[in-house]
Design a protein around this ligand. Structure first.
Ligand SMILES: [Zn+2]
Ligand SMILES: [Zn+2]
Length: 289
């Protein structure tokens, strides 16, 4: 393994433990036990494991049931819903689409998400929302139908809603307003600017910041973090993606959260303990654990 592929070293532990509000352990190397042990060693004592399809959502719920520090979020990712409807060259989705017809296949998949959302270890419905970066115009109808259905499921079960919003800020905000957002809504990997942060603040939406807030070109994100109310700010890895600087490009994992927390504290001009304490309290409130 060359050093640029190697896992970054453990950062200094946080004085006040926090949660990684959004991770994908099933896409990371190593076992769940190893990931949780490394995270706990640096003060990341809780993780929200996020499912992106049926298989991943079932795994998230099972993993949350098996490990105390893990909570689950279940959903069809905004890029997964169109695959189910339109068919996909690989796997479950295409089989489902072939056998049932695309829209019926999506209904069946949503029914399974609905069933999983009722489980006590499942604290959120998501990641759902809109992704105009990876999904083309042919997939947008399915994506929007799936998003609206997930909002309804979250509200009916009293669970948090985890939003994935990529290049779709206006439509995500509009659809949330049209449907009526759940009481607890989290913009994961928050990607809006300061103006959007003010809109989210007004609506009471949580904003979860990922490692990209440390990137040199991410000043608009830091501007958003600077104006977000402190009681609506969360931290996440979205691991294995978005490894914070100076380790950008190397594999991300929950144990790297302290790097992002420290960068966030610097943006806010507060000390690390104050940042960690706010994040810990906010995450527990957002996911109701
Ligand atoms: Zn996402
Ligand atoms: Zn994610």
């Amino acid at each position: 393994m060359s050093s640029k592929d190697a896992p970054p070293p453990l950062p200094e532990p946080l004085g006040v433990p926090v949660a990684d509000s959004h991770t994908h352990l099933d896409m990371q190397s190593g076992t769940v036990e190893e990931a949780l042990a490394k995270a706990a060693a640096v003060g990341v004592e809780t993780v929200v494991q996020v499912g992106c399809d049926i298989k991943g959502s079932r795994w998230a719920a099972e993993t949350a049931a098996a490990y105390d520090p893990v909570w689950a979020a279940v959903a069809l990712h905004p890029n997964e819903a169109p695959r189910i409807v339109l068919g996909d060259p690989a796997g479950w989705s295409r089989q489902g689409a072939r056998e049932a017809g695309g829209d019926t296949a999506l209904d069946d998949a949503l029914a399974e998400i609905d069933r999983l959302a009722a489980l006590p270890e499942v604290k959120a419905v998501g990641e759902t929302g809109l992704d105009y970066f990876r999904t083309g115009p042919e997939g947008m109808v399915a994506q929007e139908r799936s998003f609206r259905a997930h909002i309804e499921i979250a509200k009916r079960h009293g669970k948090a809603l985890v939003i994935h919003d990529r290049d779709a800020h206006d439509d995500v905000l509009r659809i949330l307003a049209e449907e009526g957002a759940p009481e607890r809504t989290v913009f994961h990997c928050y990607s809006g600017d300061a103006d959007m942060a003010r809109i989210c603040a007004e609506a009471g939406y949580f904003m979860s910041f990922a490692g990209n807030v440390t990137f040199k070109n991410a000043q608009p994100l830091r501007d958003a973090l600077a104006v977000a109310p402190l009681d609506l700010v969360l931290v996440e890895t979205d691991a294995p993606f978005l490894t914070p600087a100076p380790y950008r490009g190397r594999p991300n994992a929950p144990y790297l959260v302290p790097i992002t927390v420290r960068a966030m504290a610097a943006v806010r001009g507060i000390d690390e303990e104050a940042m960690s304490t706010a994040i810990a309290v906010n995450t527990a409130r957002a996911f109701d654990y």
